[in-house]
Design a protein around this ligand. Structure first.
Ligand code: UDP
Ligand code: MG
Length: 136
């Protein structure tokens, strides 16, 4: 039985700064994701605060929002079978030091804050996050 889903992916400022976007997009394509929508944007601190609102009580919230708004990012809608879970698997653990071999965060991540990619953590949040960046 097929379960085609969409998920939101972000290539974060540390990866865009190192010009890794084409390499990372190829990883998605190799792993059977279709890139349905894509745009390069530079969001404001206020927009980052809205996007990461779920983390507003965390000690890292302010640094995280400063970081996501520090430079251009690539936001994408990815589609495939079980896209949410498959993208989380491809990304690897939040902390690149703990990420499995072959995952994006292991390959490209610098640190727990500069971990190169974001991916929605549930189908429900994927819908909210896709709508946040692609309202039209
Ligand atoms: N983060 C951080 N310090 C922490 C935990 C998280 O800087 O101790 C950052 C990290 O960049 C992470 C983002 O906050 O990607 C969102 O955290 P979450 O727990 O949702 O991790 P993710 O879903 O991105 O794996
Ligand atoms: Mg998360």
């Amino acid at each position: 039985m097929s379960n085609i889903e969409q998920t939101l992916s972000i290539i974060k400022p540390d990866a865009v700064e190192r010009n890794l976007q084409d390499e990372i997009k190829n990883e998605f394509i190799k792993n059977k994701f279709s890139i349905i929508k894509e745009k390069k944007i530079h969001i404001s601190k206020n927009e980052a605060e809205q996007f990461y609102k779920v983390h507003q009580t965390k000690p890292f919230y302010n640094d995280l929002c400063n970081y996501l708004s520090s430079g251009p990012i690539i936001v994408m809608v990815l589609e495939r079978e079980n896209a949410v879970l498959e993208n989380r698997k491809l990304m690897g653990a939040t902390n690149p030091a703990e990420a499995n071999e072959g995952t994006l965060r292991k390959k490209y991540g610098i640190s727990i804050d500069k971990n190169s990619v974001h991916g929605s953590d549930s189908v429900e949040n994927a819908k909210l996050e896709i709508n946040f960046f692609f309202k039209d």
